[in-house]
Design a binder for this molecule. Structure first.
Ligand code: ADP
Ligand code: MG
Length: 674
């Protein structure tokens, strides 16, 4: 079993659930002459050895001639054991499988798979499974071990027969056995694309296990304790009253969802989704005020310094008029400053703490943390979020948690990997926003683009100019930004052109962003550091160079930096030919839609789920078989069944749940409950 751990297999059941990735058809024999004639793909032939010798030129090798009634074939072994010389001696019958090629002595196979047979040895009547494996673990070993497990394990169904009939699913035991040994006449394509009923059963089971697990985690959360922050909403009312805008209906709705959660005595775990610019920050501020109003602290963590800094400024502006104390905490702070902040946090004097990853360092100790807010949550790993939450784990109370994301999670993904969270959606942008107009422009027309930048600046608008992403080299990317900045300074004489990039000192960045916000900088040349969250409403033109190098959600985020004020905003995506197929798809999608959900859906189709899950997935790579894109209907069915099982709506529900989880997720709960 030790050896199998390298494949992530720790139990017999996991071995049984180690399903083939493909099959080889060894149920048929081909005549040697036919094989020579066709010479494509692997074939299986059988013959008698007519000659076998060790040759020394051009190098030491074992050469074996075999014949059937129709022709002769050479087998060549460049590595072999002495025992094989004996085994492969004249007169013996051998069954070989491999690909033919043209050699010195006619058709030959190099290192074919073979077995010694008798004339009467039957052909297998099932397709031969080929398992995912790694070096040192042979297919034969896997086949043997799996066959043993299939015999000895109890494969009784976890689901009752009536239910299976209703769902039109085959039995579990029947399905696994089938997949390990499909009969010769099976439609192989249905096996490979996993549309065969046996595969459907596996996928359904897997999804059901995952749904059960996530929902159980959610139920377990309700048994934990958190401080209930009752709706003494004085601060909130005052705050809302002083805002320069009215909350949208959508914002009001999510505010009331969050405030209700905060009033409960178990920890909130809510994901606040809203497209870029939908106004999540103000919602977070209201949540924070409810907690602060009850004498507890709030921590807000953002993934980049620029964003954290911006939140800090905006929140301080809002909060200080209410007489509250907001502090800022970042990795690049000076020691003195940092010590002052740390002690303010520890004494409870600091009520609202805004920062980057720096917040999760050991030295940060809270007096009483009541709410953790994570902005752009997909940028953080599960571990990081957990650390912050645990910092409030005093007197066995756990802080409430609000996660925010502008990267909308497609429905199937939300239903699977986020099934343990409550989700609020701000499905509407603040009034007066005009959709950003997106144009695709050949990089060769850069001069024209510079002309448009100039014209926009003359009308008092501000402009972002995003430099190309150069994944291979950060220093090259930096250089490009510096060069672009110099070039624009020269060509846009008379305009003030700023530069911001990731390698700058935090104060420098802050200074530049401040000047841009105040309108002192008209054109801001930037790397992707401005990708998330940055909010400068007067900026209405976004230029992205080499847009073909960016991912869809990244482009959407970048574009979201404009269209925040009342001016008509434009996003120019400069591209260089030739465009690859997916790059083209991405750019066209950007031109066609401003809808974050649609874009996320396309992104999922183009790239798969990895990007959305971030680190969340790492601890629970539970879905091996189901495909989020193709198996949407199965996900729905599994979710519905999980719901009714956990509500105890079915006979024997408890037993079914525990049997099913035991079978599918034995000991894999470690990363849940975050
Ligand atoms: P995001 O959801 O992308 O984080 P922000 O919270 O940064 O969006 O909000 C974007 C901009 O919209 C900010 O300038 C914010 O003050 C403004 N805003 C938020 N809510 C409203 C509203 N109801 N009416 C008008 N402007 C709003
Ligand atoms: Mg934001």
């Amino acid at each position: 079993m030790k050896k199998l751990e390298r494949l992530g297999i720790r139990t017999d059941m996991e071995l049984v659930l180690h399903l083939p990735s493909r099959y080889e058809d060894e149920t048929k024999l081909t005549d040697i002459s036919d094989a020579i004639f066709r010479r494509t793909g692997p074939v299986q032939v059988e013959g008698v050895i007519t000659m076998s010798e060790v040759q020394y030129r051009p190098r030491r090798q074992l050469v074996v001639f075999i014949s059937d009634e129709t022709g002769t074939l050479v087998l060549r072994f460049l590595h072999f054991y002495p025992s094989q010389i004996k085994q492969l001696s004249s007169g013996k019958r051998i069954r070989v499988r491999g690909e033919l090629r043209q050699g010195y002595n006619g058709a030959e196979m190099v290192h074919p798979a073979y077995r010694m047979v008798e004339e009467s040895t039957p052909l297998p009547d099932a397709l031969t499974p080929v398992y995912p494996s790694c070096e040192g673990i042979s297919q034969n070993y896997l086949r043997k071990e799996i066959a043993i497990c299939l015999k000895k394990l109890d494969l009784a169904d976890t689901l009752p027969e009536t239910l299976l009939a209703e769902l039109r699913l085959p039995g579990f035991s029947e399905a696994v056995r089938f997949l390990h040994n499909p009969p010769a006449d099976t439609d192989e394509s249905a096996l490979l694309d996993r549309t065969h009923p046996a595969w459907i059963r596996m996928k359904f089971d897997e999804l059901l296990a995952q749904q059960l697990l996530m929902r159980r985690a959610q139920l377990a959360r309700c048994r934990q304790k958190a401080h209930p922050f009752h709706l003494s909403g004085k601060l909130v009312e005052e705050f809302v009253h002083h805002l320069s805008f009215r909350l949208t209906k959508a914002q009001q709705k999510v505010v009331s969802e969050i405030r209700r959660d905060l009033g409960r005595n178990y920890p909130m775990q809510r994901l606040l989704q809203g497209d870029v610019g939908s106004g999540k920050t103000v919602v977070a501020a209201i949540a924070a005020l409810q907690v602060i109003g009850n004498g507890y602290q709030v921590a807000m963590m953002a993934p980049t310094e620029i964003l954290a800094e911006q939140h800090y400024h905006r929140l301080s502006e809002w909060m200080t008029t209410l007489g509250l104390s907001v502090v800022w905490m970042s990795g690049s702070m000076k020691k003195k400053e940092r010590e002052t902040v740390l002690s303010a946090i520890e004494s409870g004097q600091a009520q609202f703490i805004v920062g980057t990853h720096a917040l999760i360092q050991d030295t940060v100790r809270f007096a009483g943390l009541g709410l953790v807010i994570i902005d752009e949550q997909h940028r953080f790993g599960v571990g990081q979020r957990l650390v912050l939450r645990n910092k409030g784990d005093t007197q066995s109370e756990i802080p409430h948690q609000l996660m925010m994301s502008a990267t909308p999670i497609p429905r199937t993904l939300a239903m699977t990997f986020y099934a343990d969270l409550d989700v609020s959606v701000i499905g509407e942008l603040p009034p007066g926003r005009k959709p950003v107009i997106t144009r695709l422009i050949n990089q060769e027309r850069r001069d024209e683009v510079i002309g448009r930048v100039h014209a926009a600046a003359m009308q008092g608008r501000q402009i972002y100019w995003v430099c190309p992403l150069i994944e291979e080299s950060e220093s090259l990317q930096l250089q490009t930004a510096v060069d672009t900045h110099a070039m624009l300074m020269e060509t846009l004489e008379g305009l003030s052109v700023g530069l911001v990039h990731g390698r700058m000192k935090s104060e420098e960045k802050q200074q530049i962003m401040k000047e841009f916000l105040e309108g002192k900088i008209q054109v801001l040349v930037a790397t992707t550091v401005i990708e998330v969250g940055v909010d400068v409403p007067n900026a209405s033109l976004m230029v992205i160079e080499h847009a073909e190098r960016f991912g869809l959600s990244q482009l959407h985020q970048l574009r979201g930096r404009v269209g925040r004020g009342d001016a008509e905003s434009v996003c120019l995506l400069l591209y260089q030919r030739p465009l690859g197929k997916t790059a083209k798809q991405r750019l066209v999608t950007m031109r066609e839609t401003n809808d974050g959900f649609m874009i996320a859906q396309r992104d999922l189709e183009i790239r798969g789920p990895g990007e959305f899950l971030g680190a969340r997935q790492s601890g629970q790579a539970v879905l091996r078989f189901a495909d989020l894109e193709k198996d949407g209907d199965l996900i729905e069915k599994a979710a519905a069944l999980a719901g009714s099982l956990l509500k105890g709506e079915m006979a024997d529900a408890d037993r079914i749940v525990s049997a099913h989880l035991q079978r599918w997720l034995d000991n894999r709960e470690e990363f849940l409950n975050v």
